[in-house]
Design a protein around this ligand. Structure first.
Ligand SMILES: C[S@@+](CC[C@H](N)C(=O)[O-])C[C@H]1O[C@@H](n2cnc3c(N)ncnc32)[C@H](O)[C@@H]1O
Length: 249
């Protein structure tokens, strides 16, 4: 049985290569379809507009990229970036069924995309930051890519602050759901270790306040973390400073 160590880029890549064919179905099943609402909430912060160039970092099979592509027409584009080949293949297949959507795909590392400074109007990263070996570096890359005043939304599981009673209760509920629902259901699909990784990755993920601090250190002018789904999920709303010509690293 493989084990997937959080923070090990090769192991994380293997994990997503392997789960790709069942990822979308399990997402719908395990969240009862709610991930679609959380993704729409992330996109709402960006308020996509026609003509914009938007980025979906760690795009997986392309859920957010496809939602945003509808909103940037006419004249805009959405670029989906992922390090793993298998989810990107599925994203391309989905996009091919709606060829009128202005979508592009790139296989690249979210920590070093190779894209130009200040080259996008807005960006999302859903369930990606927690998987990066260095979340601070991921936020710095996100900041580098945004034009002045550009917005980004980072959606992920929420690592509750366990210093208070409410945070400890949320963390306990999250553990219960992961251990009693998510991992057993995934085990039925032969993906027990792949989904056991979720709880481990959450343990090394910064809290909302920690993410805000990392984002400010990366140069974001606005960095606000909002709990979603009773604190089980979290949305980090970011905005680059206005009026600077280039992002700072
Ligand atoms: C949990 S999936 C999320 C996919 C999609 N954003 C969604 O919400 O449905 C995480 C994705 O991040 C990608 N990923 C992990 N580390 C990455 C990295 N360093 N650079 C680019 N993509 C990465 C994985 O390949 C995987 O497709």
């Amino acid at each position: 049985m493989p084990t997937f160590r959080p923070g090990d880029p090769a192991a994380v890549n293997d994990l997503f290569e392997q789960i790709a064919p069942r990822y979308d179905r399990l997402n719908d099943l395990l969240s009862l379809g709610l991930h679609r609402i959380w993704k729409r909430q992330a996109i709402a912060w960006l308020a996509p507009a026609p003509g914009q160039r938007l980025l979906d970092l760690c795009c997986g099979t392309g859920d957010l990229a496809m939602l945003m592509a509808v909103r940037v027409r006419p004249g805009g584009t959405v670029l989906g970036v992922d390090r793993a080949a298998a989810p990107l293949r599925l994203a391309r297949q989905r996009a091919a069924r709606q060829p009128w959507l202005p979508l592009q795909w790139l296989q690249a590392d979210a920590l070093a995309t190779g894209l130009a400074d200040a080259s996008v109007d807005g960006a999302v990263m859903a369930y990606g930051l927690r998987n990066l070996a260095d979340p601070a570096a991921g936020l710095a890359e996100l900041r580098r890519l945004l034009r002045p005043g550009g917005r980004a939304a980072v959606l992920d599981f929420n690592r509750s602050d366990s210093t208070g009673a409410a945070g400890r209760r949320t963390a306990a509920l999250q553990r219960l759901l992961l251990r009693r629902l998510v991992v057993p259901v995934a085990a039925g699909a032969g993906l027990k270790e792949h989904y056991a990784y979720l709880e481990e990755s959450l343990e090394r993920f910064p809290t909302g306040a920690g993410q805000e601090a990392l984002a400010r250190a990366a140069g974001f002018a606005v960095a606000r973390h909002r709990p979603l789904a009773g604190g089980l999920m979290g949305l980090l709303q970011l905005q680059a400073p206005c009026g600077t010509q280039r992002a700072t690293q």
